[in-house]
Design a binder for this molecule. Structure first.
Ligand SMILES: *Cc1c(COP(=O)(O)O)cnc(C)c1O
Length: 386
């Protein structure tokens, strides 16, 4: 039957305000704290540090800026190697190029979709044999699922190489009861508009090393020396978060737990309603971890389904539903085509397989049950199991 009406668009992961943001924004306006820095920034930093159980946090203009600062603090410079997960958003690796350093990409493993310890080990063996160890390893927690931190930390410790945990997507997730993002020398979160909580745009650098965080504050405010005039001895950046946006962040942080539970409920409903379709496999949640299920991700078995993941996305788009491919691995990006890539178990290409078969479904914490049922029905129709 030809479709006559276009239904309202269902978005992948739209912002979801708590209603408490205006209080802090108004306070900033009434006290005229319309600047980068101010009381909302200080409170947002200390609230987030307390929530994640870490010594300190620095609020910045984006998650990307936080990764860049972490690399600067670890002394990453031109010609250095940095290992990085391949299956991730480009922002995980762009700051490596900002520093003129060389990314080496590491494959995923099937149980977490995150960095493969066996691939990481291979990369370290080669780097060690060549006498050129990386300066840092960037480990990403995809779609709110923690990587195999214990194994990965132990390999990095063996070579004495620090970790930057890219927890942009995994705020509120746990690994063995400990907050995702707190496992490396530095961790970063993002508050971009599509993330689990948002400041419209923003990020946070966290660490137990308070001295390093003070250096980050210095670098993020144009590296202004302690002098009675504008004096600069180091190259700095304008990376701090504004006091108004931090007010939004304070209002959002208060409902983080609710947001995580809402996303998990959405995931569970997809899983229950699509359980009978054998061509679909959901992204696993590794035992002893707690995912925030930022986005519900699944793979489609092409032979069983009789169609590709790309085709399912086309059908969803035709029904005005925003769904996406899983991240295109960075080693496949034209930007990074010169870079090395290490496979899981030496010969399994997990990230490419997940890219070919994986899709992310609308997962906003404010999505209604009716809207979700529309997505579910559309998937069932596309797979001929309506
Ligand atoms: C969103 C995201 C970032 C970047 O955060 P911004 O705040 O958008 O700069 C980095 N890494 C991953 C994995 C992300 O999803």
């Amino acid at each position: 039957m030809p479709q006559t009406t276009v239904e309202k668009r269902i978005l992948l992961s739209p912002p979801h305000m708590s209603g408490r943001e205006m209080h802090y924004i108004n306070e900033a306006i009434e006290t005229n704290w319309i600047a980068p820095l101010g009381p909302n920034v200080d409170a947002f930093e200390s609230d987030l540090a307390e929530l994640t159980g870490i010594n300190g946090a620095v609020a910045v203009s984006s998650g990307t800026a936080a990764i860049h600062l972490a690399l600067l603090l670890l002394g990453v410079k031109k010609g250095d190697l940095v290992f990085c997960s391949s299956l991730t958003f480009v922002a995980s690796a762009n700051p490596i190029l900002y520093q003129g350093a060389e990314p080496v990409f590491i494959d995923s493993e099937p149980e977490t979709w995150n960095m493969s310890p066996s691939a990481l080990e291979c990369a370290f063996l080669d780097a060690s044999a060549a006498g050129r160890l990386p300066k840092a390893v960037i480990i990403v927690n995809l779609y709110g699922q923690s990587a195999r931190m214990e194994e990965l930390v132990s390999i990095c410790n063996q070579y004495n190489v620090p970790i930057i945990e890219d927890a942009a997507e995994s705020l509120g997730a746990l690994y063995k009861g400990k907050a995702s993002g707190t496992f490396g020398e530095f961790g970063i979160y993002s508050f971009n508009g599509n993330k689990i909580i948002t400041t419209s745009g923003g990020g946070m650098l966290i660490s137990n090393n308070v001295e390093a965080l003070n250096k980050a504050r210095f670098l993020a405010t144009q590296a202004k020396d302690l002098a009675p005039y504008y004096q600069h001895s180091k190259l700095g950046f304008n990376y701090r978060m504004s006091n108004i946006l931090a007010g939004i962040g304070r209002g959002q942080l208060k409902v983080l737990d609710e947001r995580v539970m809402a996303r998990r409920t959405i995931f569970n409903r997809y899983q229950e309603e699509l359980a009978d379709i054998s061509a679909i496999s959901f992204m696993p949640e590794m035992p002893q971890t707690f995912s925030n299920r930022w986005l519900t991700a699944l793979t489609i078995h092409e032979e069983t389904a009789g169609l590709t993941a790309a085709k399912v996305l086309e059908v969803l788009e035709s029904e005005n539903i925003e769904a996406r491919h899983v991240w295109k691995p960075l080693h496949l990006q034209p930007l990074f085509e010169q870079c090395k890539y290490y496979l899981h178990n030496g010969n399994e290409n997990i990230s490419e397989k997940l890219f070919q078969t994986g899709i992310c479904l609308p997962s906003g914490s404010n999505m209604t049950r009716d809207d979700q049922m529309r997505v579910i029905q559309c998937i069932r129709n596309s797979l001929g199991t309506g």
